[in-house]
Ligand binder design. Sequence first.
Ligand SMILES: CC(C)(COP(=O)(O)OP(=O)(O)OC[C@H]1O[C@@H](n2cnc3c(N)ncnc32)[C@H](O)[C@@H]1OP(=O)(O)O)[C@@H](O)C(=O)NCCC(=O)NCCS
Length: 191
Amino acid sequence: MHERLPDGGVIRKLWMAEAAKYRDHLLRLDPNSRRNRFAGVVSDSFIANYVALSIDLDGIIHGYFVAGVLRGAAELRPLGSELAREAEAAFSIEKPWQSLGVGSALLSRTLLAARNRGIGLLHMACLADNRRMQQLAHKFDAELTFDFGSVVGEVEAPHPTPVSMLREIVADSHGFATAMLDVQARLLRSA
Ligand SMILES: CC(C)(COP(=O)(O)OP(=O)(O)OC[C@H]1O[C@@H](n2cnc3c(N)ncnc32)[C@H](O)[C@@H]1OP(=O)(O)O)[C@@H](O)C(=O)NCCC(=O)NCCS
């Protein structure tokens, strides 16, 4: 779980109060990454509205932080009723941090969160020409199957286990501790 990430970055869940960090990260995506993330061309104001709506209690967003700045994110959003046990996942990594394993680490963390919530089917909104996202999903072939232009993955073990729960708790406490260090470092800098 404590994978080595580029630039000493850490992965942790975003808090609701961190909407501005998420918005700024999405706005920093280069045009091609932005198109891939939203499966089409979208404006800055679309992104601002999207974030205002998407940061809520339903979704789980894991963030990849470097020196306190959000450089990558993975959103997991339950779809339909609780009984449907389906969710959608979407990924965004800023260009300088692409192809360095961050997407793999975020997908692995997202699958763990999905599994612990009994989510059996994971839809990944992905354009047909997005080779990298498809390659990334292929790495989790045991857990994912593909469908047309969009990637639809089935989480292999829909039931949480004590070990999978513990892995998420450990990952969260690590992330939380690091987040606290970030806050302390900022307070010291501004003092
Ligand atoms: C797609 C994306 C999430 C992938 O994350 P990433 O951190 O760049 O990917 P990783 O470094 O973990 O690489 C995953 C796999 O993709 C493949 N890959 C990596 N770089 C690649 C490249 N330049 N071209 C093609 N495939 C590539 C490899 O198979 C790699 O696995 P490996 O390193 O074990 O061989 C990221 O590039 C991104 O955010 N792109 C813009 C937005 C987007 O496309 N979102 C997806 C739609 S929701």
